[in-house]
Design a protein around this ligand. Structure first.
Ligand SMILES: NC(=O)c1ccc[n+]([C@@H]2O[C@H](COP(=O)([O-])OP(=O)(O)OC[C@H]3O[C@@H](n4cnc5c(N)ncnc54)[C@H](OP(=O)(O)O)[C@@H]3O)[C@@H](O)[C@H]2O)c1
Length: 259
């Protein structure tokens, strides 16, 4: 199968499906002809999402796993892929934390990097060779508008999402000759457990189901980058294109994530 035309996946893996954007994506895709395989840490919340997706007719299996558990995750993903080969992998699991204005702890930096970066590697590594051998399928990587430019007080989060964004851009070019589609998702503020902790104004904050609809449409059309909402994406793109000193001056005035 080539890379042109719309793509309708039938067998999906979604990590971080137990809440927020991942849960909304699971429900956006859930239909009778769809198989969903869901990963998250909180077994109760994950099962609640699986239950709702089954009620919409999807074939659903869920496994409570931490994406940093490399071996256990690989075993689970390979067994699922053996039974029903994946054609869309959404590496969405992630955490966020800010330090207000102060220094992030080393433990915090390692925690975010382990989940947001190494967790993505752990999710993709067992499956990439299979997708490229099958010469079809799609990979969606959850980055963020926070990865366009280093933000004050969220060094680890910004850097982790910059890694995901650039890795995904590179992977898209690398896997195109194998017929595998890759998209990078860069949301602004979306209602979830991550943004519920923010005490500052969040421009253009949108609901998770609305974000899931935008992401699903972008993936169907094989968009390289699914960045939204557009006014935030435009503002962040302009900021990232400014000379570094000027961008720093603007960034210093923005509110800093705390907690
Ligand atoms: N909300 C936003 O404004 C926004 C903007 C840009 C990007 N994002 C990104 O979107 C993704 C989803 O976040 P969200 O906003 O929907 O927040 P959320 O409601 O907190 O969801 C995060 C999901 O990731 C899972 N997760 C976290 N650590 C995990 C781990 N070690 N192993 C397995 N699963 C793990 C959580 O599962 P458990 O709770 O069960 O552990 C949960 O299902 C993240 O990558 C985030 O960085 C969010």
């Amino acid at each position: 199968m080539g890379l042109r035309g719309e793509f309708s996946p039938r067998s999906l893996l979604i990590t971080g499906a137990s809440s927020g954007i991942g849960a909304a994506l699971a429900l956006a895709y859930a239909r009778p002809d769809i198989s969903l395989r869901l990963i998250g840490r909180d077994a109760l919340r994950l099962e609640a999402v699986a239950h709702s997706a089954r009620a919409q007719g999807a074939d659903v299996e869920a496994c409570a796993l931490d994406v940093t558990e490399q071996a256990a995750l690989a075993d689970c993903l390979l067994a699922w892929d053996d039974a029903r080969p994946f054609d869309l992998i959404i590496a969405n699991a992630g955490v966020s934390a800010g330090s207000g204005g102060g220094l992030e702890s080393e433990a915090g930096l390692r925690h975010i990097t382990d989940i947001n970066v190494v967790g993505v590697i752990n999710t993709l590594a067992p499956l990439l060779p299979r997708l490229s051998q099958r010469n079809q399928g799609q990979i969606a990587l959850m980055a963020s508008l926070a990865g366009y430019r280093g933000l004050a007080g969220a060094c680890a989060y910004s850097a982790s999402k910059a890694w995901v964004k650039v890795y995904g851009e590179s992977l898209r070019l690398t896997l195109a000759p194998y017929g595998v589609r890759v998209s990078v998702i860069c949301p602004g503020f979306v209602e979830s457990r991550i943004t519920a902790r923010n005490s500052f104004p969040m421009p253009f904050l949108m609901t998770a189901p609305k974000a899931a609809g935008i992401i699903q449409r972008g993936l169907t059309r094989n968009r390289a980058r699914i960045a939204f909402p557009w006014p935030m994406a435009l503002a962040v793109s302009v900021l990232a294109a400014l000379p570094a000193g000027l961008a720093d001056a603007v960034m210093r005035r923005l509110p800093k994530k705390n907690g």
